[in-house]
Write a protein that binds this ligand. Structure first.
Ligand SMILES: Nc1nc2c(c(=O)[nH]1)N[C@H]1C(S)=C(S)[C@@H](COP(=O)(O)OP(=O)(O)OC[C@H]3O[C@@H](n4cnc5c(N)ncnc54)[C@H](O)[C@@H]3O)O[C@H]1N2
Ligand code: MOO
Length: 429
């Protein structure tokens, strides 16, 4: 480790100490996708709720069908469509037309698919004309038992997992209406820098387009957060303080943000955190002890990583604030290493805050050699080639990041990665 630098692991620990899971709220299931379950979810009801047909065909009594497979002619006494109420029953020598998902008539214990009967096929929209059908016993009964898909009381989804489309489907089917969840956190993204202009605006001399703001907002959304974007703010402490205040103002839809007075749950700034004369984040953090207030728990550090060395943590009016460096690749690497774990923790995801660096790494072989700075964890944009990885471009360039499939995380004590070495890769897509 380069002397005087804080390890990435220690910085992650400080991030983890700054944030806590959001409180659990009850949301309508249909609004809960993307939120995290706060309690295990069990099926309230069986799926299907009744014994039903698994095929379009005829409901029959196996006792009427010779075990040797010889065909028989049965009298067709009725129709049962999906959605029909119970009531139809069959007796000896009888069959009824039945559609997939319809309740099996009392007395029936098998369904013979229509294509294996003398009827051949049903014509949609045409009423039943046949009064009898010839068919034979099949190997399978084509009947779904009640609860075959989901048994009442069965564990369907665990606390600490995200509500996915599949979770919504399984819970809706089994009678869940509202769910206890931790909602998507609201992350305020603020880019700082006098040189920045918003996307789409014409650049004047010395100006560049704010790319960190849109990039970090996209990354936060992909990590399961909602985002409010502020700035870019100039290198003026008053302007930054105003943006930070705007971030913690109540915002949004009360249906999904039920706590009264809730603003951002996490603030992320980019830029202004290193040694420059106009480094506005440093300036606002340094005023922590002054009468201006707002900032508490300020913690400025140089972290043993490359890129992304200058970092800071604080609270703004109580809300956790992660200050990332302005260099775009450093800002992105900092997002993956520090902001994503904070979002995971706010969401209350299982395992969040425990093994943060190991969470989505793959062990992959290096396809070529590259060097890594002594004493710093290297976060290098890499691309996949035949299952191995190589640098995606020149080390700290945005074009390399755009081409990258992942970030190779090379430990501080490794200065040379050789072709064939195994490296840990945080996958980005
Ligand atoms: N004397 C020293 N100078 C620097 C050090 C140091 O230790 N001593 N550290 C360097 C490192 S490493 C980094 S990283 C940068 C980080 O500095 P800041 O966080 O203060 O970032 P800025 O100075 O505001 O910007 C750095 C760079 O990134 C561009 N930038 C900033 N914001 C955006 C944005 N939203 N979109 C696109 N590009 C952005 C900015 O124009 C600068 O080129 O400091 C080094 N200097
Ligand atoms: O920390 Mo800076 O992001 O190395 O370039």
């Amino acid at each position: 480790m380069e002397s005087g630098l804080r390890s990435v692991t220690e910085h992650v620990e400080r991030v983890v100490a700054l944030v806590a899971p959001l409180p659990a709220v009850r949301l309508d299931l249909v609004d809960a996708d993307g939120a995290t379950l706060a309690e295990d979810q069990h099926a309230h009801a069986s799926v299907p709720p009744f014994v039903s047909a698994a095929m379009d065909g005829y409901a029959v009594r196996l006792a009427d069908l010779p075990p040797d497979g010889a065909p028989v002619t049965l009298q067709v006494t009725g129709d049962v469509a999906a959605g029909a109420a119970d009531g139809t029953g069959i007796g000896p020598g009888q069959a009824v037309r039945i559609m997939t998902g319809a309740p099996l008539p009392s007395g029936a214990d098998a369904v013979v698919p229509v294509e294996h009967t003398s009827t051949g096929r049903f014509v949609a929209g045409t009423p039943r004309a046949e009064s009898s059908v010839r068919l034979a016993r099949r190997a399978r009964a084509h009947v779904r038992a009640a609860g075959e898909d989901v048994a009442r009381g069965e564990l369907l989804a665990r606390a600490g997992t995200a509500v996915t489309a599949a979770t919504v489907g399984a819970l809706a089917a089994s009678g869940t209406v509202r769910v206890p969840v931790r909602r998507r956190p609201l992350v305020a993204v603020i880019s700082t820098g006098a040189e920045l202009v918003p996307v789409g605006e014409t650049l004047g001399p010395g100006q560049i387009t704010d790319s960190n703001g849109p990039m970090l907002a996209a990354a936060a959304r992909a990590a399961g957060a909602d985002v409010v974007r502020l700035g870019p703010v100039p290198d003026d402490p008053g302007a930054l303080r105003a943006a930070l205040d705007a971030a913690v103002q109540p915002v949004g839809d009360p249906a999904i943000r039920p706590e009264p007075g809730a603003g951002a749950d996490l603030i992320v700034t980019a830029g202004g955190v290193s040694a420059g004369a106009a480094d506005v984040v440093r300036e606002v953090l340094a005023a922590a002890a002054s009468a201006l207030g707002g900032v508490t728990d300020a913690d400025v550090a140089t972290v043993a990583m490359s890129p992304g060395k200058p970092q800071a943590l604080a609270r703004w009016r109580g809300v956790p604030w992660l200050a990332l460096p302005g260099n775009p690749v450093g800002a992105y690497a900092s997002f993956e290493l520090f902001v994503r774990p904070a979002i995971d923790l706010l969401r209350g995801l299982r395992g969040a805050g425990k093994d943060l660096l190991g969470r989505t790494c793959l062990s992959l072989h290096a396809a070529t050699a590259w060097s890594s700075p002594a004493g710093r964890l290297q976060a290098l944009p890499v691309r996949l080639v035949d299952g191995a990885v190589e640098p995606a471009g020149s080390h700290h360039s945005l074009s390399a990041l755009a081409a990258a499939d992942g970030l190779a995380l090379v430990p501080p004590d490794v200065e040379k990665v050789r072709a064939g070495d195994v490296v840990q890769v945080l996958m980005l897509r």
